[in-house]
Design a protein around this ligand. Sequence first.
Ligand code: MG
Ligand code: MG
Length: 255
Amino acid sequence: MLELKTPDEIDKMNATGTFIARLLDDLSGLAAVGVNLLDLENRARELIRERGAISCYWDYAPSFGSGPFRNVICLSVNDAVLHGLPFDYSLADGDLLTMDIAVSIDGWVADSARSIIVGTPRAEDERLIESTRRALDAGIAAAQPGNKLGDISAAIGRVAADYGYPVNTEFGGHGLGRTMHEDPHVPNVGRADRGLTLRPGLTLAIEPWFARSTDEIVYDEDGWTIRSADGSRTAHSEHTIAVTEDGPRILTTLG
Ligand code: MG
Ligand code: MG
């Protein structure tokens, strides 16, 4: 089911998205060498509670997880990229940390992720993160009314190819609104001018993520944490956006 949102509903998703942007800014400021992932999880819980938001992750139990999930944020370090289960780990110098969170406020969901480097950056990690940000920008720029879903995927895939990173096709972006995952699926690679026509009111989470040298993934024994199959580092950038008459509108930014 694909549900187009009214301008008023998009404003509500933007209110949720603004909260998420502030939360990710807050956690980015806290993440430092020696800080434990569980401290970041607890800070996210505190902010969610203060705001009266509802975590979309808590009790999330998809077919692939050994659910239900009992955390409010995914924290993925280095070769971990998606669904990283927060655990008792103190961040080390040079760690590449990805934070991904979705919450609902007043019934409307927003979803955003970002990767940061803790302490001293490695040039190759900065390049990897930059590639996902550029791919996200390119995907968003393609989200014009009248364009096709494939235009977004093709734009993302082109940036990955320019940087020389392979693209996994199992996990990508998605529709969202009243719930965290709605139609359509938004692959991170695809053919331009194919697929669904983008119409005003369509709301999407666009989320390029790449590993440096593989498109294959492996699961941890926790059933959640997804890593690059070859242990190479990974990065992920995600925004929730709305297609509007005036073009794409980013909902998970402070603007
Ligand atoms: Mg997300
Ligand atoms: Mg998402």
